[in-house]
Write a protein that binds this ligand. Structure first.
Ligand code: ZN
Ligand code: ZN
Length: 343
């Protein structure tokens, strides 16, 4: 077979097109992956809607890829240990892998050398600056793939971004240290993270769009002790607040909910403008920070934790050719859980 089907973006704000394109060939250090499932992330919406600028065009979006290694590029064989990270980098044909958002880093810039490869100055991103997984096959740098067990591909796909970014957001807010944890926006990331946090005994406060009873029932089912709209005030001050909705208004709201010394962490790659707010909301050593991308270390840690919890994702599957409908449904907030495309 020398061609494959892919959903491609040709310009921002236009629907993806189902196309037959040449089968991608893995270059040195790369593998070709037969896609079994690819999650649809809010970041894909930001790319398609032109809120993240300068994607590669035409582009195959998608960065929550679970697949099977189908072909090895030059220099990829067996299991080896990478010099910089100590992570296993070799892959074998037939092996189940996950391909995440972080597609490549330079390894030599200052952030890379300091162990902050998520901030690499020349980083490349799957489904943004490299072709991603809205296709039958994709190519990925072997060093940035995660070896997975043979679990359900559909269920595993959302772990690759919603899971990893949620985990990094949680980690930067203090991990399991905060006792009272607020989750703002109860979609793919929060529904995964809630299970981890609940298993650690943290008390969860889930904030949804005002009146979204379905999301609130979903949050309660996954362990939230309190649920409410973002216009409601939690019964106790929170130790930390994690923002997963791309809504700038939530920053001052969350600050008003956290105790002195508390932290607000935003997990999204894009957010609407944050309105100005009085200094007293930040006063008393409260802090606000963002999360950018992921490191391979985050992936290794989180993917090892997920089966221990165990985290069960709730997914809604669409055929590959229905990617536009999947994006529309995500945009409209019509879904609980995570959206997954299946070629
Ligand atoms: Zn770098
Ligand atoms: Zn994502």
């Amino acid at each position: 077979m020398s061609e494959m089907r892919a959903m491609r973006l040709h310009a921002a704000n236009q629907p993806l097109r189902l196309e037959r394109v040449p089968m991608p060939e893995p270059g040195p250090g790369e593998v070709r992956v037969r896609v079994l499932a690819c999650g649809v992330c809010r970041t894909d919406l930001h790319v398609v809607d032109g809120e993240l600028e300068h994607p590669r065009l035409p582009l195959v979006p998608g960065h929550e890829i679970v697949g099977e290694v189908d072909a090895l590029g030059e220099g990829v064989s067996g299991l080896e240990t990478g010099p910089e990270t100590g992570l296993e980098t070799g892959l074998e044909r037939g092996q189940r892998v996950g391909v995440p958002w972080l597609g490549w880093t330079c390894g030599v810039c200052e952030p890379c050398r300091a162990g902050r490869e998520n901030l690499c100055e020349r980083a490349e991103f799957t489904g943004y600056t490299r072709d991603g997984g809205y296709a039958e096959y994709c190519v990925a740098d072997a060093r940035y793939c995660f070896a997975l067990g043979v679990e359900d591909a559909r269920a595993a796909a959302p772990l690759l971004c919603a899971g990893l970014i949620g985990y990094r957001t949680w980690r930067l807010a203090g991990g399991d240290e905060p006792r009272r944890l607020g989750l703002y926006g109860f979609g793919a990331a929060a529904h995964i993270l809630a299970q981890l946090a609940h298993s650690r005994g943290q008390i969860l406060y889930a904030f949804t769009r005002p009146g979204d009873r379905e999301a609130q029932a979903f949050a309660r089912r996954l362990g939230a002790a309190w649920v409410g709209g973002s216009d409601e005030v939690p019964p106790e001050p929170l130790d930390a607040a994690l923002l997963f909705a791309p809504v700038g208004e939530l920053v001052p709201i969350a600050l008003s909910h956290v105790r002195p010394g508390g932290t607000v962490v935003s997990g999204g790659i894009h957010m609407s403008d944050i309105p100005s707010f009085p200094y007293r909301l930040l006063w008393q050593e409260r802090s606000v920070r963002s999360v950018a991308n992921l490191t391979r270390r985050d992936g290794e840690e989180f993917l090892a934790l997920a089966p221990q919890v165990p985290i069960r994702t709730e997914t809604v599957a669409y055929p590959l050719e229905d990617a536009n409908r999947a994006l529309d449904d995500l945009r409209a907030g019509r879904l609980s859980g995570a959206v997954v495309l299946v070629p």
